[in-house]
Ligand binder design. Structure first.
Ligand SMILES: *Cc1c(COP(=O)(O)O)cnc(C)c1O
Length: 408
């Protein structure tokens, strides 16, 4: 743990420096060769997966949602840790299929899959999570053309919501999945199509820190799956319960109580195993697995005072890290945890704002934080940056170079 003034973080500290994957930050910057860069700590990712496994029932399968961080080396590392991948584009499919993960442990969700994407998925033998009746007909036609029966799961838009969720993706009218009440008719039609029914995908939301809300959604998910399974053309082999496990970003946010979720699942599973004897039960997670293991590092290029306020102008900004700038779906801008990675113990009360080089007032990485001790040349570290960082940012905006990315 760091000096008490700092936001808690899982990294080691040596002298005045943050250590990522065993390498002090200034040394890592030399090794990378330039700033800004993203760095992901391999051992921390492994540790997080191990913690999850310890908390969840032993036969609960764990999938990684590649959307959260598609860096190929990181996905390769993940392939040895989790039981499957969830992907949402043909680009992610290519990254996933380059790993040793068996295709039948990979599922492909997302509305608006193109004919070409469906064809590649069918040929690869991965599970397609169907988002509409039309998509089902398209996949079946492709199966007929290719002379195979593609694996198909139905993504269900549930008739309940994941409460207190940072991003709701189920319940009410949604572009995701098929409304639960339409699923029985869809399953009846599937009997006549050259598809291999695989199961259900029920994802209700994201970035949730309330164990109670997640437990309630999981209870509702099993219930909904039971009702729908009565209409299924074949036994359920995959029951994807979604995920939604959040990580704390802001002061006052409490860590998710994993133990309670695990105990609750252990209570639900005996009945579920009886009702779905052929099924794998899957939790799919993105940010929870990788978010805290990543940092975004930029260098202070200039230090200015303007009418009493100090600005640290860095070579990094919202074009690399839209989420930290507060412009990735946030309603109110709050600061991500930020520290001076090579001057951990020098922190004082002095206030400064961290901004980037873009000509827009939106380019703020830290608004009036206790970082006034930073000097030109110092390394500014944005914590909690392992998920929805680079790949969720508008790198072309203003034409600056893209950052490096390293797995350490
Ligand atoms: C985005 C997404 C995820 C990952 O969400 P996290 O909050 O990163 O865990 C998982 N499943 C689906 C279907 C998604 O769209």
């Amino acid at each position: 743990m760091s000096a008490p003034r700092h936001a808690p973080h899982p990294f080691a500290v040596t002298g005045d420096e943050l250590v990522i994957g065993g390498v002090p930050i200034t040394r890592l910057a030399e090794r990378v060769g330039r700033t800004p860069f993203y760095a992901y700590d391999r051992a921390l990712i492994s540790r997080r997966v191990a913690e999850l496994r310890a908390a969840l029932p032993h036969d609960m399968h764990l999938h990684y949602a590649i959307k959260a961080n598609p860096m190929p080396a990181l996905v390769q590392h993940m392939a040895g840790l989790v039981d499957g991948f969830d992907l949402a584009s043909a680009g992610e499919m290519k990254i996933a299929l380059d790993t040793a993960m068996p295709p039948d442990k990979i599922s492909f969700a997302g509305p608006g899959k193109t004919e070409a994407e469906l064809r590649r998925a069918a040929a690869a033998g991965i599970v397609v999570n169907l988002e509409s009746e039309l998509e089902m007909e398209r996949l079946a036609a492709i199966g007929a053309q290719l002379g195979l029966r593609p694996r198909a799961a139905v993504r269900v838009n549930p008739d309940f919501e994941l409460k207190s969720s940072g991003m709701k993706m189920g319940g009410g009218p949604k572009q995701f999945g098929v409304d639960a009440e339409r699923v029985p008719a869809m399953l009846a039609r599937m009997r006549d199509l050259p598809l291999t029914f695989h199961g259900f995908h029920i994802f209700s939301g994201s970035q949730n820190l309330k164990a109670e809300a997640i437990m309630e959604a999981q209870r509702n998910t099993f219930e909904l799956a039971r009702r729908l399974a009565a209409h299924a053309p074949a036994p359920v082999r995959l029951l994807n319960l979604g995920g939604g496990f959040g990580i704390p970003y802001f002061p006052g946010e409490e860590r998710l109580e994993l133990g309670r979720i695990g105990e609750h699942l252990a209570e639900l599973l005996p009945a579920a195993r009886k009702d779905f004897p052929d099924a794998e039960f899957v939790i799919e997670l993105g940010r929870f697995l990788v978010g805290e293991a990543g940092v975004y590092v930029s260098r202070v290029i200039d230090r200015k005072e303007s009418r009493g306020q100090v600005f640290l102008i860095t070579d990094g900004g919202l074009h690399h890290h839209l989420s930290a700038s507060g412009n990735f779906g946030q309603v109110i801008r709050k600061n991500y945890p930020v520290l001076v990675g090579n001057r951990l113990h020098a922190s004082g009360e002095a206030i400064a704002s961290v901004v980037g080089p873009l000509c827009t007032p939106l380019d703020v990485l830290g608004d009036r934080m206790a970082l006034g001790h930073a000097q030109v040349g110092d390394l500014i570290v944005v914590l909690q940056s392992g998920a929805y960082g680079l790949s969720a940012s508008p790198t072309a905006f203003l034409g600056h170079p893209a950052p490096e990315e390293v797995l350490v």
